[in-house]
Design a protein around this ligand. Structure first.
Ligand code: GLC
Ligand code: CA
Length: 532
């Protein structure tokens, strides 16, 4: 693997959704000072980088993904000085900051759009896509037509997301230059990389049935990152690419585009079907991950390892047992993902097994996508309220966006004030303080696992090979680097008898404390890692 890319395999990234992480000024909204306050906690956990969801100036129609000023901070989150402090406090601790870059659209309150909508001939008139009539029948990702008529300009503009998120016209070289300047602004500020929001949509082909992978996509990504100033960055693209050739076009090192992509196949949740429970068994997930591990490894690509983020329902509640075997499944899932070859992304709260909560009223939800789906189910599909609630409780994005329950106090130690969105209904049962007090602490397991990874190069850079067979109800794989070798075994729901030669020595990592040497029976979600 390319040297620069290989170094990135030492990263362990923690994703922060700032609105819900930690509130320090008692307004019920998380803020940048809250992130600073928790840096030592993250160092203790063992992460060395943060992906921070958008914290730029925004009217929040899509919680910060509608940016009104790429060079300023949202008032609720703090100030540019807070941001500078965050960067320097992180660098002091040897941590990298990955900012969220949203290049596909701005807010309709961005100065470019305010100018653009005024007339057909102003300096910003071609910053967005304007037509006299919709030129196709593209739909917004959040439902309804992707075209909106604007009274002042008397034309239609494209919005792939909410009406308040007009798509930028990347075919205009001025837009490319603007976005390069935004990137450079943050690089000068000291950020170490970017997570690129819906990067696969920035080039359009209006003749196509959908708004992905347009003809100039790679030219535009290359323009952003193949420059002297940016070539050292770690970049990850949110991308729904499903085939290896497309992935190679994005992230082969010599192309100067992205370091890695978020691939979503294992979550079985294309945007359209994430509200319906499908086959989420860990066995299926294993097979998908093995396939990508091998393909990425063969091609020298960096694999992003994640189960959760702010757009999906919580993985443990989809694919594991988040009730009586919550500790076992949380640790099993962590092991089967984060000891693979690639860059781990841990979503806030995952490190103590945060699980889906349930609500019996739409008033407990905030997310635009979730609310639109609820209305659609009731008005267009004739669903009952109960059915619609069941679906959004299962698949809605709010589950992942509820305030971090640091302890069991009224507002979970997140704030002294009622939070902007209802805290998890399971807060008293699942919170960090309680986890740490428990004999079976998910946090302590994560810490141990990340330490093992830090201390052993093979668990970071070593080759991956699978041992388990398709029919097996478990996942067994090795990581080898030079003469250092680890064997990882993760059993799924039921007890399995696993008679591999390797099960000889003492496990160096386990989630059932009484597992001894040489035992071949693995209990539900039991894992063991052996060094040989
Ligand atoms: C990405 C973000 C999501 C947002 C959308 C529009 O998918 O992760 O939260 O709603 O882009 O920016
Ligand atoms: Ca606050």
């Amino acid at each position: 693997m390319d040297k620069k890319f290989e170094n990135f395999l030492d990263l362990v990234i923690y994703q922060i959704y700032p609105r819900s992480f930690k509130d320090t000024n008692g307004d019920g909204i998380g803020d940048i000072k809250g992130v600073i306050e928790k840096l030592d906690y993250l160092v203790d956990l063992g992460v060395n980088a943060i992906w921070l969801c958008p914290c730029y100036k925004s009217p929040n129609h899509d919680n910060g993904y509608d940016i009104a000023d790429y060079r300023d901070i949202m008032d609720e989150f703090g100030t540019m000085d807070d941001m500078k402090t965050l960067i320097s406090e992180m660098h002091k601790r040897g941590m990298k900051l990955i900012m969220d870059l949203v290049p596909n659209h701005t807010s309709n309150e961005h100065k470019w759009f305010i100018e653009s909508r005024k007339s057909k001939d102003n300096p910003y008139s071609d910053y967005y896509y304007w037509f006299d009539k919709p030129v196709n029948d593209w739909q917004s990702m959040f439902g309804g037509s992707a075209w909106e008529y604007d009274e002042s300009r008397k034309q239609y503009y494209l919005h792939s997301y909410t009406v308040e998120q007009p798509d930028l016209n990347w075919d205009n070289p001025k837009v490319i230059k603007e976005m390069q300047d935004v990137v450079d602004f943050w690089v000068d500020m000291g950020v170490d990389g970017f997570r690129c929001d819906v990067i696969d949509q920035i080039s359009k082909d209006f003749e196509k049935g959908n708004n992905f992978f347009g003809p100039n996509l790679h030219k535009y990504i290359n323009a952003l990152f193949d420059r002297e100033k940016t070539s050292h960055l770690f970049t990850v693209g949110e991308c729904w690419a499903g085939d290896i050739e497309e992935i190679k076009r994005h992230s082969l090192p010599e192309r100067g585009e992205l370091t890695t992509l978020f691939q979503f196949n294992h979550l079985d949740c294309g945007r359209a079907n994430k509200f319906n429970r499908k086959d989420d068994s860990l066995k299926t997930v294993r097979d998908i991950m093995v396939n990508w591990q091998l393909l990425n490894q063969k091609n020298g690509l960096v694999h992003s390892l994640f189960t959760d983020n702010h757009d999906n329902s919580l993985f443990i509640s989809r694919a594991g047992n988040d009730k009586e075997l919550r500790y076992e499944s949380a640790t099993c899932i962590a092991t089967m993902f984060y000891l693979l070859k690639g860059v781990p992304f841990i979503f806030q709260g995952q490190e103590f097994g945060i699980s889906a909560s349930e609500y019996d009223s739409i008033d407990c939800f905030n997310d635009i996508e979730t609310i639109n789906v609820y209305d659609y189910l009731i008005n267009d599909k004739g669903s009952t309220k109960e059915e619609a609630l069941r679906k959004i409780n299962f698949g809605g994005r709010d589950n992942a966006r509820r305030p971090m329950p640091w302890d069991s106090s009224e507002f979970g130690g997140f704030s002294t004030h009622k939070p902007w969105i209802k805290i998890s209904s399971r807060k008293d049962e699942i919170n960090l303080e309680k986890d740490l007090a428990s004999e079976k602490s998910i946090f302590r397991f994560y810490k141990e696992m990340l330490k093992l990874k830090k201390d052993n190069v093979s668990l970071r850079r070593g080759d991956f090979a699978v041992i388990s067979k398709d029919d097996d109800n478990f996942f067994a794989f090795t990581r080898i680097y030079g003469d250092e070798k680890f064997t990882v075994i993760c059993n799924f729901e039921e007890t399995s008898s696993i008679s591999l030669d390797v099960i000889d020595g003492e496990p160096v990592l386990k989630n059932y404390s009484d597992r001894g040497a040489g035992e071949s029976n693995f209990r539900p979600y039991e894992i063991a890692v052996y060094r040989s």
